[in-house]
Design a protein around this ligand. Structure first.
Ligand code: GAL
Length: 665
């Protein structure tokens, strides 16, 4: 398996490169990612290319058996280029130019930038498409990072109109879909349509300015599609000149790009994983990271790479806590458990200059191997020993959570309630599953559903007929579907449906929503199958229409009304959860739904802070057990196993050290 580091030879004297390669080899590193920000080094002046340094670096690394992934350098257009064509810059919603000084300062729709992208990418692809030490390509770097998912420049304005023409065919259709009769917004000419610039209104999060929800959702879609097309432009060029597989480094839960669409043009997905940094000083909940891994696997329904894995304390102006002994190894195994087939640490050596002087890599500024190097080295050795069961393995899951970017955006535009966030709701269901030791896939609505015993489809608000038909079919054939509040109430164009709630899902759920209550930060009581609990965020007051009642509200004027129901539909069941739930109640509800559907648990215990993932390679199962606690734990395995990492026998009880890991067969 590939195991490596992000390496920037251009930041260090040439005399050091051979020493770096030697130290890498000793650390079991066999791949590096190179050059993704090096445009100004590769083309210092227009038309003057210099690949000699990169050739030499690849050569030195190659001699130690270290392969390279080359990044196209388009995340950092050089100064000579943007000075010549300021038109390349992004603009914000106030029309301000987002200028030079950082990175990602280009617009995805700039025709000039497309031209220069083609030139540099084809040059690089021709040169390294035939290099046997180059094994893959990374397009650009983290599309959308640093708030660069949406641009408001004149090029985008023109491209948006073209995108709308394609989508709606006629202005009449567009006016109808957006409901422009409201507030006299009717458009008589395509050229009248504008991007959602700043208006007389501004939302408290400075994101929306009183614009039409149909236009806003289309702007989100258009912006995401613009990234997908820009990536495709590069993918097509590379394929013309090179045969190595192509990836892009995604950002886990990042909300502005439809990763299911972005992933289609790639050969494999990779992503960047920093559980603990300046912006997550206390560290991410391990379940958040687990879900991000599962989403990344779900993008192409196959194994992925981590292209940047945290390897030290990190931040730009202040730093997050230093990874404790064992944590780098634990995070690496967590990635592998969820489907990573290659790990690349960011970065090899901490840079002595630039915005990331504090973003520590495997080596400190002084380049001397210390504790973190030792941990990377040890982990690499262990992984190589079990690589045959890692690469090409699959996670065994009988449940899935459906994630929809269209719905995410609609909810971002109008979150319904101050306590509501679509990703957080999905996460609470994910946590409910992991807390019950149940593996899950995170998939798009286009994915085949038949292989799952239970499908969770939280707050799927926008619907269209083919989606309704698809899930009706799934349930009819014996599937179990879980719907929640704020489902089925809107059309795909973001207008409200006028049928009784839950609109498109009324028949399936066998209920009607009589009334609802947007709780915001308040809460109400609930009691039922999960015991006594708390309803948060939102309460749908349900009238069963064939469905059975699983829980009722225990307070408020709707005390005694149905809150959670279950309906038999064909051979399957539809659960409707009318409110947000405290995590403990949700865990219990999920336990009961999964139990009814006979979903298997990975291990029969529940230990706080311990995660277990069941995998399979060539029909042979194994279980990865991860202790995220800073203290040792004893895990009840409910059976006898062998630990592949130590060779030790486990008789019902597995002892794990702080941040310890075990692979059970
Ligand atoms: C990632 C990015 C890297 C580096 C790192 C640390 O987002 O891809 O280039 O910037 O974060 O900030």
């Amino acid at each position: 398996m590939y195991y490596g580091a992000d390496y920037y030879p251009e930041h260090w004297p040439k005399e050091r490169w051979a020493e770096d390669a030697r130290l890498m080899k000793e650390a079991n590193i066999n791949v590096v990612r190179l050059a993704e920000f090096a445009w100004a080094k590769l083309e210092p002046a227009e038309g003057h290319y210099d690949f000699s340094w990169l050739d030499e670096a690849i050569d030195i690394l190659g001699k130690e058996g270290i392969k390279a992934v080359i990044g196209t350098p388009t995340a950092t257009p050089p100064k000579w280029l943007v000075d010549k064509y300021p038109d390349i810059y992004m603009k914000d919603r106030y029309g301000h130019v987002r200028g030079f000084g950082s990175r990602r300062h280009y617009c995805y729709n700039s025709p000039v930038y497309h031209e220069y992208t083609k030139r540099i990418v084809s040059k690089i692809a021709k040169r390294y498409g035939v290099n046997e030490n180059v094994i893959a390509w990374q397009i650009d770097n983290e599309f959308g990072c640093q708030d660069t998912g949406q641009c408001y420049c004149e090029n985008c304005q023109l491209a948006f109109r073209e995108w709308l023409k394609e989508r709606y065919g006629s202005l009449e259709n567009l006016n109808r879909a957006w409901g422009t009769v409201f507030w006299s917004q009717t458009y008589n000419d395509w050229d009248e349509i504008i991007l959602p610039y700043y208006t007389v209104c501004e939302d408290s999060d400075h994101r929306f300015h009183g614009h039409n929800p149909g236009l806003l959702l289309d702007f989100y879609r258009f912006s995401s599609d613009s990234v997908v097309s820009y990536q495709k432009l590069q993918v097509d060029l590379i394929r013309e000149f090179a045969s190595q597989p192509i990836t892009h480094n995604l950002m886990g839960h990042f909300p502005e790009i439809d990763y299911f669409k972005l992933g289609k043009d790639l050969d494999f997905v990779s992503w960047d994983n920093y559980p603990r940094n300046q912006w997550r000083i206390d560290g991410s909940d391990f379940r958040e990271v687990a879900m991000a891994h599962d989403l990344m696997r779900g993008v192409k329904d196959k194994g992925f790479w981590v292209m940047e894995q945290q390897s030290g304390p990190c931040g730009w102006s202040v730093m997050g806590r230093t990874p404790k002994p064992g944590q780098l190894r634990l995070w690496t195994y967590q990635a592998v458990a969820h489907g990573a087939e290659a790990i690349v640490y960011f970065r090899w050596r901490t840079c002595a200059f630039g915005a990331e002087e504090y973003w520590y890599g495997i080596l400190d500024h002084d380049g001397i191997p210390r504790r973190r190097y030792g941990e990377v080295q040890k982990t690499g050795k262990e992984l190589q020993a079990i690589s045959d069961i890692i690469v090409g393995s699959r996670v065994v899951s009988e449940t899935a959570i459906i994630k929809s970017y269209d719905n995410l955006w609609s909810h971002r535009i109008q979150p319904h309630s101050t306590g509501f966030d679509y990703n957080t709701l999905l996460m609470s269901y994910y946590k409910g599953l992991i807390n019950n030791n149940i593996n899950t896939d995170v998939i798009s609505i286009d994915h085949d559903l038949d292989r799952y015993k239970v499908v969770f489809m939280p707050a799927f608000n926008l619907v269209k007929e083919d989606i309704i038909e698809k899930i009706e079919e799934y349930v009819k054939n014996g599937g179990n579907l879980v719907l929640t509040f704020r489902s089925g109430s809107r059309n795909w164009d973001n207008s409200m449906r006028t049928d009784t709630l839950p609109g498109g899902f009324r028949k399936l759920a066998g209920i009607e929503v009589e009334e609802f209550d947007s709780l915001n930060q308040d809460c109400e009581g609930i009691t039922g199958i999960m015991g006594d609990g708390t309803a948060i965020t939102w309460c749908d007051i349900l009238k069963p229409n064939g469905a059975g009642v699983l829980a009722v509200y225990a307070s408020g004027y709707y005390r005694g009304s149905a809150a959670i129901t279950v309906n038999t539909f064909g051979k399957g069941k539809v659960y409707y959860v009318g409110c947000g739930l405290d995590q403990k109640s949700l865990d219990k509800l999920i336990e009961s739904i999964a139990g009814e559907a006979e979903v298997g648990q990975v291990l029969p215990w529940k230990t706080e802070g311990v995660e277990a993932v069941k995998k399979e390679k060539d029909g042979k199962p194994y279980i990865m057990v991860l202790n995220h606690n800073p203290v040792p734990v004893i895990v009840d395995t409910g059976g006898n196993y062998t630990d592949l990492l130590t060779g030790g026998k486990i008789n019902n009880k597995l002892e794990l050290e702080p941040y310890g890991v075990s692979v059970l067969v």
